[in-house]
Structure formats: structure tokens, C-alpha cells
Design a protein around this ligand. Structure first.
Ligand code: URA
Length: 268
């Protein structure tokens, strides 16, 4: 039940509304909790219990300074230890070094057929993907499905020759769909590399700059697009992201040329 509160005066209402509009302007697009959390408030100390016996001398290991954990090294070790896709998903979902996990609703791993010849690598879940826990289900995903259908590919077919497998660089939605930070891409790169290794596709499509950064170590999608490269040990085709195509319909012409290049490569 909501706690009872005194009604706001007209001035308080106007000030509260202005504050909310300002937050929306800054990119906040969802209310996640009824009350804000202060990350800076001191943590309440637990009540001290009187020791009944004299405390023992701490063990030598406990005295050693904590070793800072390198998120990329930790991700690399976790990814290498995953023998299959289910284990990889579990390792990624349990990886605590990325703050995005705290703000996301759902873990978004992959969709499509793991036996597919083509793996599509996107950027990160958006609002719809975060709600549904599946990659590319919003407007950009619907356009992606139409683009793939135009060259005879689908995420929903059991036929490996006509199937695609879809995943993202990040499995957690960045707040207000901001671009992934280079550090976030770096810490998930080992998981992406293992993901590609386990699916073992013939070809990889890098959709947009974050995918190019993860796969090729460089961005500049408008320069890279349509030029075959190598990513994660596979032939890789950088393409403009469907979200970009929705904002810039004129770029669909080049995207169509890239799709035809993908089809031709599949047809050998
Ligand atoms: N954009 C992406 O890159 N991935 C998604 O899953 C959705 C939108």
C-alpha cells in the first residue's frame, strides 16, 4: 500500500513536475523504485556485540591487502571455463563487474538458431529487449528481421542453412539507451569471443560501432561498412545498425548492397 501523504500545494506540484520534466530531459525514462536510493549515504553500522572470548589473532592471509580484480581478466577466465552456451549464459549473468546489471530488468543473451551459419552481433538491449529478455525485438529488431528475410534468412528456422543467431556485445541495457562505454565493451569482449567460438558460425555480421569495436578494435562504421574483415577468427562484415537505418532511411541503399554481399558470400 502507498503511504498516505499530505496533498501538494499548487507551488509544490509545479516544482515537482518541473523537476520530473528536467530528469526526463536528461534521459531518465523509467521510474524503477518508489523512493530514490542515495549511493552516498553512509552504510548503517551493525550493532556491536560484546565479544565473549578474546578475539583470535587474524590469520596471515586475512592480513594481506585485497588484490584488485581486473574485470577483463575475470571475464576472460569465466568465458574460457564455459564449455557450452548454457554455461556461458550462466557465467555472464553472474558476472558482477558491470554496473549496468544493477539497472537492467532482464539479462539478454541471444536468440535464433545456434547451428546457424551467420551470427549477428548487435550493440546492447534497448527498452523492449530489456523487458522481454530477447535481443532485437523492438523497432530496430523488426527492421532487422525484414532485412534478413529479404535475403532468405531468419532467426526462427530450424534449417541451419537459412538461420541466423543473434546476440549483442552487452547483455544488459545501458540507462536511457546511452552508447556502451569502451570499458564495458572491453569487459564483455571475452564473453563475445567465446560466444562466437561456441556457435562457430561461418560468417559474423558486426552491426554498428560497438560491435566493430568489440570485433575489430576500431569504430567508424560508415567507413568500415561493406568491407569484409576478420573478427573473432571468422570472416566478418560490418554493417550499419538497423536503428541507424530507421533514423537515416537513405542509408538503406548501402545496407541493401551489404546484404547482397552477405548472400553472395553464403552462396560461395
Ligand atoms: N539494438 C541492438 O543493438 N541490440 C538489440 O538487442 C536491440 C537494439
Amino acid at each position: 500500500m502507498m503511504p498516505e501523504t499530505a496533498p501538494l500545494s499548487a507551488a509544490e506540484y509545479a516544482a515537482t513536475r518541473a523537476m520530473l520534466e528536467w530528469q526526463i530531459e536528461l534521459g531518465a525514462d523509467e521510474a524503477m523504485l518508489d523512493a530514490p536510493i542515495s549511493r552516498y549515504a553512509p552504510v548503517e553500522a551493525a550493532p556491536e556485540a560484546a565479544p565473549e572470548v578474546a578475539p583470535k589473532a587474524p590469520a596471515a592471509e586475512a592480513l594481506a591487502a585485497p588484490v584488485p580484480v581486473d574485470p577483463v581478466a575475470e571475464a576472460t577466465a569465466l568465458a574460457a571455463a564455459a564449455p557450452d552456451l548454457a554455461a556461458l549464459a550462466e557465467a555472464m549473468a553472474g558476472f558482477e563487474r558491470c554496473e549496468l546489471k544493477r539497472g537492467a530488468r532482464n539479462f539478454v543473451f541471444a536468440d535464433g538458431n545456434p547451428a546457424a551459419r551467420v551470427l549477428i552481433l548487435g550493440e546492447a538491449p534497448g527498452r523492449e529487449e530489456d523487458l522481454e529478455g530477447r535481443p532485437f525485438v523492438g523497432p530496430a529488431g523488426q527492421l532487422l528481421d525484414r532485412m534478413l528475410a529479404a535475403i532468405g534468412l531468419s532467426r526462427n528456422t530450424p534449417d541451419a542453412a537459412a538461420a541466423v543467431y543473434i546476440t549483442n556485445v552487452l547483455p544488459w541495457r545501458p540507462p536511457a539507451n546511452r552508447d556502451p562505454e569502451p570499458e564495458e565493451i572491453a569487459m564483455f569482449r571475452p564473453f563475445v569471443a567465446r560466444h562466437v567460438e561456441l556457435v562457430s558460425p561461418d560468417l559474423v555480421v558486426l552491426m554498428g560501432n560497438p560491435a566493430c569495436l568489440a570485433g575489430l578494435g576500431q569504430r567508424g562504421i560508415l567507413r568500415l561498412r561493406g568491407r569484409w574483415a576478420e573478427a573473432f577468427g571468422r570472416p566478418a562484415l560490418p554493417m550499419t545498425h538497423p536503428a541507424y537505418l530507421l533514423r537515416n532511411p537513405a542509408a538503406k541503399r548501402e545496407a541493401w548492397a551489404d546484404l547482397l554481399a552477405l548472400r553472395a558470400r553464403l552462396d560461395g
